[in-house]
Design a binder for this molecule. Structure first.
Ligand SMILES: [Ca+2]
Length: 127
């Protein structure tokens, strides 16, 4: 029996729910305190395909009020093979002091839900 490709995204081995709106340090969606103008904070996520067919990724982008404060450094893979995973690296580089929020959007050919979204946040700090 065939199943469809199915995307799950994990941070620190914890599943990040689709449409999650509550960033949390436990699953790495909260990047914590980070110096404005510094190196930033890099978090690595895992995109897993638990279906038995390849998943085609058409785009990964960051949207929302402070989308420019988060940079995708790696993850523009166009395919996640069945029962396999790919890394997604996001760096938080705050442009201003205070809470910064955005939404990660992973577009794929998954049938029922082609956009996997979750909120991310971080706190810009001054020296
Ligand atoms: Ca959450």
């Amino acid at each position: 029996m065939w199943s469809l490709p199915k995307l799950d995204v994990y941070g620190h081995e914890r599943l990040i729910a689709r449409d999650d709106t509550t960033p949390d340090p436990a699953d790495r969606t909260d990047f914590g305190d980070t110096l404005v103008g510094g190196e930033g904070t890099l978090h690595i996520f895992a995109m897993r395909n638990r279906g038995d067919k390849s998943l085609k990724l058409s785009a990964i982008n960051i949207a929302g009020p402070h989308s420019d404060d988060f940079v995708i450094e790696y993850g523009q893979k166009d395919e996640v093979f069945h029962y396999s995973m790919e890394a997604l690296h996001i760096r938080f580089k705050p442009k201003s002091v205070g809470v910064r929020t955005a939404t990660v959007e992973i577009h794929s050919d998954e049938k029922d839900k082609p956009v996997y979204k979750f909120a991310i946040a971080g706190n810009g700090t001054a020296k």
